[in-house]
Design a protein around this ligand. Structure first.
Ligand code: COA
Length: 333
């Protein structure tokens, strides 16, 4: 395998959320909840819901097209597709192969990875490693996409108010110019002992789908909300501190902090602990709820489109999700 000195440049980021909006007031007509409760506990005002028949690969393709267009390349220039998802179109094959064919591509390698809400950070690590470790790829398409409403129990008010559908994508392009390098550092971690905090019990090899698993609602997203809340703050704080410290940086060296968009209270707690001023924090959880692994890519794209994140901006992004998994990345645009 030939190897020249290469760096990974993020040429573009794109995102997609479905048109249909489900507000807190809409939810309060379906279950025993209220706009006041949801906003006070989560900061979420509304979320996006996929249209009938719109599946995870469709969300991913929309985000991919936006990133490809912004990068000024054509789909044919992409030579590897990575999809971070926990709501794949089918148990197998991967969602990435459906994305490949919907983009009109063939033969290029494609695979999924499953790390839930840390999808952006794990995806950055994967794309960066693949691009810089060989000369095989010029443009890697990273997509994180989930149709979380496909695993939502609309009768469970403790979880259904939190989630939304969406996808984010990024084009990682190989460059030999170190000054164009976008990935300053990535840190990843996981603790499988805590798997029970967030999971879908049935539909896998441990409990294949059956009439009984459906009757018992075991195909739905389950969460121990209070434990997740506590662990999210503890782990993301640790991650952020560690990656900043090992790069000799502080929050003052960072222009924008993009934390996993699960709950505004979690973001505010981290802001307080890490002393991050309001103007450095990107928030989209109010509009989109928790879109799983895509949430950080969607937030970066939203703030880039508003003109706040610009060329040269340094971003610290921290994610946390089912597994438990976590990750942090420092990027330069
Ligand atoms: C889910 C979460 C918002 C719940 O907030 P909380 O303050 O912990 O609330 P609790 O679960 O203790 O529930 C408190 C009460 O509110 C009720 N409640 C739960 N959801 C409700 C809703 N949507 N509307 C109204 N009441 C609700 C509970 O039934 C409970 O009532 P009770 O006291 O009569 O039993 C919070 O735990 C959380 O955000 N956890 C992290 C979730 C997350 O980030 N998940 C994704 C990680 S990637």
């Amino acid at each position: 395998m030939k190897k020249s000195i290469r760096f990974a440049k993020i040429s573009a980021i794109g995102s997609y959320v479905p048109e249909k909006i489900l507000t807190n007031d809409d939810l309060s007509k379906m279950i025993d909840t209220s706009d006041e409760w949801i906003q006070a506990r989560t900061g979420i005002r509304e979320r996006r819901i996929a249209a009938d028949g719109q599946i995870t690969s469709d969300l991913c393709v929309e985000a991919a097209r936006a990133a490809i267009k912004k990068a000024g390349i054509s789909a044919e220039d992409v030579d590897l597709i990575l999809v971070g998802t926990i709501t794949s179109d089918m148990p197998f094959p991967s969602t990435a192969v459906f994305v490949q064919s919907k983009l009109g591509l063939q033969n290029i390698p494609c695979f999924d990875y499953n790390v839930a809400c840390s999808g952006t950070q794990y995806g950055i690590a994967l794309a960066n490693a693949l691009l810089t470790s060989s000369d095989s790829y010029k443009n890697i398409l990273l997509i994180c996409g989930d149709k979380m409403t496909s695993v939502v129990d609309w009768n469970d008010r403790a979880t259904c108010v939190l989630l939304g559908d969406g996808a984010g994508a990024a084009i990682f392009s190989a460059t030999e110019k170190e000054e164009e390098n976008s990935v300053i550092d990535v840190l990843l971690g996981a603790d499988g002992k805590l798997w029970e905090l967030l999971h879908v019990p049935a539909g896998g090899s441990s409990e294949p789908a059956s009439v009984k698993t459906i009757e018992d609602g075991k195909h739905f997203f389950k969460m121990k909300g209070r434990d997740v809340f506590r662990e999210a703050i503890r782990i993301m704080e640790g991650c952020a501190r560690e990656i900043l410290q090992r790069n000799g940086m502080t929050v003052a060296d960072i222009d924008f902090v993009v934390l996993h968009q699960a709950n505004l209270r979690i973001i505010e707690a981290l802001q307080e602990r890490l002393k991050i001023p309001d103007e450095k924090v990107c928030i989209t959880v109010d509009k989109y709820g928790n879109t799983s692994g895509s949430s950080c890519l969607i937030a970066i794209d939203t703030f880039a489109r508003s003109g706040r994140i610009r060329s040269g901006s340094k971003i610290l992004s921290v994610g946390f999700g089912a597994g438990l998994t976590w990750g942090a990345a420092i990027l330069k645009f």
